[in-house]
Design a protein around this ligand. Structure first.
Ligand SMILES: C[S@@+](CC[C@H](N)C(=O)[O-])C[C@H]1O[C@@H](n2cnc3c(N)ncnc32)[C@H](O)[C@@H]1O
Length: 209
């Protein structure tokens, strides 16, 4: 089991400068999907390779993983994939009022670190403050996808997002996946592990109203 990185550590107070969408992507007009806690980025590599008319942005707090992912992007000359290193809570704050939000169609939180102990819940990535910023920055009809194999974490995330009246639950049956960021339902690494080990998976999608 890897040791979780504490996002509240002073090491993550500073964030790297974030380039404009034009610098990140070949065609900055494509719809943009943001994956928070993208780890090594394999999920986003799979998506970016098969959906060339979407842009994908990953945020990850483990610097080494981001460095390796960035090198891979360069080697493969991928123009619709970008990674940012740092604490997503700080980085999303930076997006406030930025044009990135006009293109942002969806965000995924896939199997976030659970931080089981109550005194550590403040280290969980989904926080009321983060949801508040997202409610102010995301466009109407944009989507938040949440997935985890930890029921307690799911309940916490669901409560935190649902407490914000700018987001509503959308039934998965009402979703047109073929037009989403993930039309082929690519699985993340943790999702593959959960399925292989027959763990329950809890997921929900929210729409900005
Ligand atoms: C359990 S892993 C899941 C990785 C991947 N999403 C998956 O489904 O396989 C959670 C990831 O989120 C990252 N993470 C945790 N807190 C974060 C934060 N505040 N900002 C950015 N990344 C974070 C961790 O370093 C880790 O790579």
């Amino acid at each position: 089991m890897r040791q979780h990185v504490n996002p509240l550590s002073k090491n993550f107070d500073e964030i790297e400068s974030i380039p404009s969408l034009i610098e990140m992507f070949d065609d900055s007009n494509f719809p943009l999907h943001l994956d928070i806690g993208s780890a090594s980025g394999e999920f986003l590599f799979d998506l970016a390779l098969s959906n060339k008319n979407w842009n994908y942005l990953g945020i990850e707090i483990r610097e080494k993983l981001v460095k390796t992912a960035k090198t891979k992007v360069q080697e493969r000359e991928m123009k619709n994939l970008y990674f940012i290193f740092g604490n997503a809570n700080k980085i999303v704050n930076k997006f406030y009022g930025e044009f990135i939000n006009n293109n942002l169609k969806s965000i995924s939180f896939n199997f976030p670190d659970p931080w089981f102990k109550k005194k550590h819940h403040k280290r969980r990535v989904i926080q009321p403050g983060l949801v508040n910023i997202l409610s102010k920055t995301m466009q109407k009809n944009s989507l938040i996808f949440v997935k985890t194999d930890v029921k307690d974490l799911f309940d916490y995330m669901d409560y935190t997002i649902s407490s914000n009246f700018d987001f509503e639950i959308i039934e998965q049956t009402d979703l047109n996946y073929s037009e989403s960021f993930n039309p082929n339902k690519v699985q993340t690494n943790r999702e593959k592990y959960a399925i292989a080990n027959e763990l329950d998976i809890y997921e929900r999608v929210y729409i900005k109203i």
